[in-house]
Design a protein around this ligand. Structure first.
Ligand code: SF4
Length: 382
């Protein structure tokens, strides 16, 4: 099957170019502590050798940025950095990386001295100066609050789309075009819709595809495949990440899964009969990264999956997140959410915080809430 790819413009990320008909690059992220230089270099190299076009590393502090400078010297992987709220660290990391990712939803906070436009200009100037590519990475769990308020509560797509378009316009107006956009959601059908709408309006901008917090294999791979088949099969997408919750030391399964999905789609081996069944229990969990606050996170995600099997016939979403950076926001839309701190796991019901419990106490607490939710849904006493 020959797929007519969207006529996106080329974007150079270190030694590779994506867009403009270039092969779809597969990405992954290190899950080691960034300051553990040996372990992070080993993981970045393992990912590169397996075929990662880009390897992302989280940087949250000046110490992480110093470690990154050393990591740069010891790997030939194309490195991307993910700055979340700490946009000012860009100054320290830009000389050492090939790509900077910023999340528009994180530039609206702490904005007394700088508007979000000033922050974007600051990031883009640094990217231009150091020949970095940029990813404008919009995420369903952290959209600009003003955009969210403008639209109905059940419309999560339009605020994401509007935010991405607005940032593209600003970055283009600065005269910088070496950027890609990502629009990620944990629901594959939302990923398909938001990327399709974006590609219609800005077919020139390369897209980085991914289903965020897809969870553990095999479900995480299935959710991602569903979204990718419908997008890549229609020529949308220039680079991908399959975000999987995997045990440490993390192996390159994300790369293997991404390569397999792309080659199946390009060979016409699509399984579009596969649909994500939203009448069933849905466990979403983050892929983990250097920000994980307790190594027990991956085991916890696996235990949650195991413990909740009895509820699989209920349309309930449970989110399990590894840290305080994205955990609190990205559990808001789940029926029940857990986000991990160093010693306690925070339990939420929708946006409501229910308390923080030890790692050995959390499962029974979650089960009690799940039973109560099932009772609410079925109208029976818990
Ligand atoms: Fe990393 Fe936290 Fe996101 Fe998990 S939720 S991938 S630990 S930033």
């Amino acid at each position: 099957m020959s797929i007519q790819r969207n006529p996106t413009r080329p974007v150079t990320i270190g030694s590779i170019t994506i867009g403009n008909g270039h092969p779809i690059a597969v990405q992954s992220m290190t899950a080691t502590k960034t300051q553990d230089i040996d372990a992070t270099v080993a993981q970045a190299e393992a990912l590169r050798e397996r075929g990662a076009g880009v390897v992302r590393i989280a940087v949250d502090s000046k110490q992480d940025a110093a470690a990154l400078a050393e990591i740069r010297l010891r790997t030939t992987a194309n490195l991307a950095v993910d700055l979340q709220e700490n946009f000012r660290l860009a100054e320290l990391v830009a000389p050492h990386v090939d790509k900077i990712r910023y999340n528009p939803g994180h530039l609206y906070h702490h904005g007394r001295d700088m508007t979000w436009q000033d922050k974007v200009r600051y990031l883009i100037d640094l990217a231009g100066e150091h020949s970095c590519a940029v990813r404008i990475g919009v995420n369903c769990g952290s959209v600009d609050p003003a955009k969210k308020e403008k639209y109905a509560a059940d419309d999560s797509i339009t605020p994401m789309l509007e935010s991405a378009l607005e940032h593209c316009e600003l970055v283009d107006s600065i005269g910088f075009h070496n950027f890609v956009v990502s629009l990620k959601d944990s629901d594959p059908s939302n990923v398909v819709e938001v990327n399709r709408r974006f590609a219609e309006l800005r077919p020139d901008v390369p897209l980085h595809l991914g289903v965020t917090e897809a969870g553990m294999p095999p479900e995480g791979i299935i959710k991602t495949r569903i979204a990718f088949e419908q997008l890549i099969g229609k020529g949308i997408g220039d680079t991908v990440r399959v975000s999987l919750t995997l045990p440490n030391p993390r192996k390159p399964e994300e790369i293997d899964a991404g390569k397999e999905i792309i080659s199946d789609i390009q060979a016409g081996r699509v399984r579009s009969v596969v649909r994500f069944d939203d009448t069933k229990l849905n466990i979403i969990s983050c892929p983990s990264c250097s920000r994980v606050e307790n190594e027990a996170f991956v085991d916890l995600a696996a235990s949650v999956k195991e413990m909740t099997r009895y509820a699989q016939d209920y349309a309930i979403t449970i989110a399990v997140m590894g840290c305080r950076v994205n955990g609190p926001g990205e559990t808001d839309d789940a029926d029940l959410g857990l986000w991990c701190g160093p010693a306690k796991v925070n339990l939420k019901k929708g946006e409501e915080a229910l308390g923080a419990y030890g790692y050995d106490e959390i499962l029974p607490k979650l089960q009690a809430e799940l039973d109560a939710l099932i009772a609410e849904k079925t109208g029976s006493a818990a």
